[in-house]
Design a protein around this ligand. Structure first.
Ligand code: F3S
Length: 284
């Protein structure tokens, strides 16, 4: 049996950097309490491993306000300026692991809003990354996710608009939504701030699934990028299995296949991918 593992499987650059930052802080800080603002990634295995090392998760701003000592690590999604400032105002040590691609959006939004522009974020309003981006604007912000949102968008005064995107938004959809807004004849500057990591992972997964007899997608059940990856693979290969760890994999399902593809979401650690890959190899 041939096993093809996607080169883009697992942590992207920003997630890898954030997770490594937490492990480094554990090594460095000795007895000082260490917190992450929200789970560092959507992966129970990693969060449990960190909890065993004493790292605690702060759920929200109200909980942050009760903490008086320690290190607070900001995850790759980033946070609003208010939360970022609050960490320091409370005398806590802030370690910022915001992905540099997200930080770039914060800087754009801060600068352009200061210049008086109305900020438009193309993205999902409920996502923590968008929540964070909104919180760097000094002027009004509109979040647009659908064609309807774009059609309904209107400003009373003749204001300049700056459009940015959530890093994981679909490029074609972004283009379509920008086109709708451009027809409204405001003065607009458009900054495509989509990160290519998600697109590359999806393109590679589709190509492997098309060539494989069976496809394994590894990732946490709550990880939306893993779910998307699973849908892409399943549409290209009927024999696609979504597993969280090796325990979920039924080897019998792979008995009669010749080529197995493996990919994994952005929150899946390398050791879990390797364990699955090695076991599939050993068993066949
Ligand atoms: Fe950063 Fe792109 Fe990953 S924005 S967190 S490298 S998906």
């Amino acid at each position: 049996m041939e096993v093809i593992r996607a080169k883009t499987a697992g942590f992207c650059f920003g997630v890898k950097r954030a997770v490594e930052t937490v492990y480094e802080e554990v090594q460095k800080q000795g007895n000082i309490p260490i917190y992450t603002y929200g789970p560092i990634i959507h992966n129970d295995e990693v969060v449990k491993d960190l909890a065993a090392k004493g790292v605690r998760v702060i759920k929200d701003e109200a909980e942050l306000e009760t903490i008086k000592e320690g290190v607070v690590i900001i995850r790759s999604h980033g946070v609003s300026k208010r939360i970022s400032d609050k960490i320091e105002e409370q005398g806590l040590i802030r370690v910022d692991a915001t992905c540099p691609f997200v930080k770039k959006i914060h800087n754009i939004v801060e600068k352009e809003s200061k210049a008086g522009k109305h900020i438009v974020i193309i993205g999902n309003d409920a996502h923590p990354e968008v929540e964070g981006i909104k919180g760097w604007s000094e002027s009004e912000v509109t979040v647009i996710q659908s064609a309807e949102d774009a059609q309904d968008f209107s400003l009373e005064e003749e204001k300049e608009i700056c459009i940015v995107s959530q890093t994981t938004f679909n490029y074609n959809k972004f283009k379509d939504l920008v086109e709708i807004i451009q027809k409204k004849r405001y003065y607009i500057s458009v900054l495509n701030t989509i990160c290519s990591a998600t697109k590359e992972r999806q393109t590679e997964a589709r190509a492997i699934a098309e060539a494989a007899d069976a496809m394994i997608v590894i990732g946490d059940k709550r990880s939306s990028n893993t779910q998307k990856l699973f849908e892409i693979c399943r549409s290209a290969c009927d024999n696609t299995y979504y597993i969280q760890t090796l325990d979920d994999l039924d080897m019998n399902q792979l008995r009669s296949v010749e080529t197995v593809g493996i990919t994994a979401g952005a929150s899946t650690p390398n050791n879990i991918i390797e364990e699955v890959q090695n076991n599939v190899r050993i068993n066949f």
